[in-house]
Design a protein around this ligand. Structure first.
Ligand SMILES: Cc1cc2nc3c(=O)[nH]c(=O)nc-3n(C[C@H](O)[C@H](O)[C@H](O)COP(=O)(O)OP(=O)(O)OC[C@H]3O[C@@H](n4cnc5c(N)ncnc54)[C@H](O)[C@@H]3O)c2cc1C
Length: 419
């Protein structure tokens, strides 16, 4: 691993070196930018404290942030009236950043009481050479050939000895996995890791018998939104050499709102900015743009060349440089992926950690006398503090594997006492 990836604890994620551009082609200096960022970070911290303290004054993070920003900004910057409007516009950009972090359309959909349940891992992000595929390839080398099947969508998981398909006739396996191509697999246990978006879409048909009511309600209450990346490659960088993150500020967005009024006409306004991929020797001159919400979902319906055209116009406007022209674009389309229907989980208004625990509960639920642990649930949506992340997904996989191992470990006596 590279040195950056060996850093374990540096007391939180370090701040990125930013460049702030505005819609009139201006670049903001640290004297304008730093107070607004600090102000917003403090508000964000306060919104996380209700998880411990309770007593949240409004249901959502968005309502809290906007109301508090409006209430306190004038007081905070009374010595610096000239910059109030641009700083409010910056707060709008930072609200759009939060929509990407939470993977939600608007922060008004994110529950204030549970917001602090999410924990950020300390240290820098870890990126694998060759992407995540490199990690999978490495792990696969340790496994016997042909035990992992790809391109095998599961249509339905039949549990509690509901019979399906010729393969399982006469067997005593409690679970049968029925694939879309008609193939079936009999099993004692199955660990389900499909995204919450998929479960929401197929909640009535993915399991037979259907999911118990309490699980269904939790699936419906939990949030699953869209966040997409738009990669752009340039001949030459237009950003400063040390810049790690480019923010875009619309000078006319002085009223606090993290959604656009007309998605088709103005979707590009939701794109808050770009990460600079580093190091340049490895990636070239590549930026990664971020866009969340319905605006992001609409972006997915456009052709690559339409997106490229909009992003090019955006960059020309914000840099004041009419010659900027990305030479290549690549974007994700998570909302239209039929095996995802979005990006990742957030704790929506009206849902709590109990919903996450509910989703994670194996079937049959405890009060049943049937064969235990037939259907287990892992994946990012099932981790209370690391939902929406890879480490959350990993830990929940280990958690469910451990649950099965315990069932078969004689010391626990669990299997013998249950059979
Ligand atoms: C834009 C973006 C940026 C992100 N950035 C980060 C980051 O910086 N750090 C971080 O930790 N996380 C990040 N994440 C989140 C991270 O990618 C997810 O949390 C993680 O991949 C979740 O893993 P999972 O195994 O729970 O689900 P997934 O990775 O979604 O895997 C579920 C799998 O189930 C498959 N599936 C669905 N339905 C079926 C079916 N019927 N039959 C068979 N297979 C099916 C899907 O095809 C998929 O392969 C980001 C995600 C996005 C979209």
């Amino acid at each position: 691993m590279s040195e950056e990836n060996q850093v374990i604890d540096i007391g939180g994620h370090p701040l990125f070196v930013p460049n702030w551009f505005t819609s009139s082609g201006r670049k903001l200096g640290p004297e304008t930018m730093a107070p607004a960022v600090e102000f917003f970070m403090k508000l964000l911290e306060r919104s996380q404290q209700f998880y411990e303290s309770g007593g949240e004054p409004v249901p959502s993070v968005g309502e809290f942030l906007k109301a508090e920003a409006e209430r306190t900004a004038a007081e905070e910057w009374k010595e610096d009236q000239a910059n109030i409007e641009i700083r409010m516009a910056m707060i709008n950009t930072l609200l759009k950043v939060e929509c990407c972090v939470s993977g939600t359309h608007t922060m008004d959909d994110v529950g204030l009481g549970a917001f602090g349940m999410y924990k950020t891992l300390p240290g820098l992000d870890c990126t694998f050479p060759g992407g995540y595929e490199g990690l999978i390839d490495h792990m696969m080398k340790e496994l016997p050939k042909d035990i992992v099947l790809y391109n095998k969508p599961v249509k339905c998981i039949h549990w509690n000895y509901t019979k399906n398909g010729p393969d399982t006739k006469g067997t005593s396996f409690p679970v049968t996995i029925e694939c879309l191509d008609g193939k079936t697999f009999a099993a004692d246990h199955v660990i389900v890791t499909v995204p919450l978006g998929y479960l929401k879409k197929h909640q009535d048909t993915f399991l037979s018998p259907s999911l118990p009511q309490q699980k269904l309600h939790s699936i419906q209450r939990m949030g699953f939104g869209t966040n997409n990346k738009i990669f752009l490659e340039f001949e030459q960088p237009f950003w400063e050499e040390d810049c790690e993150l480019i923010y875009l500020v619309w000078e006319d967005e002085t009223d606090l709102a993290d959604v656009v009024s007309d998605v088709k006409m103005s979707w590009i306004r939701k794109l808050f900015g770009f990460n600079v991929l580093k190091p340049a020797e490895r990636f070239g001159n590549v930026l990664c743009g971020w866009i969340a919400g319905h605006e992001s979902e609409y972006m997915e319906t456009l052709s690559e060349s339409e997106v490229l055209q909009s992003v090019t116009q955006l960059l020309r406007k914000f840099t004041g440089n009419p010659t900027i022209a990305p030479r290549k674009l690549l974007r994700s389309q998570w909302f239209h992926d039929p095996y995802s229907f979005g990006s990742y989980t957030y704790v929506a208004k009206g849902c709590s950690g109990y919903d996450i625990d509910n989703l994670a509960k194996p079937l049959p639920l405890k009060d049943s006398n049937a064969m235990p642990l037939q259907v287990l649930f892992a994946g990012e949506a099932t981790h209370r503090s690391f939902f929406s992340t890879v480490h959350g997904a990993l830990l929940t996989g280990w958690r469910e594997a451990e649950r099965l191992v315990s069932l078969y470990t004689p010391a626990s006596g669990s299997l013998s006492s249950k059979l």
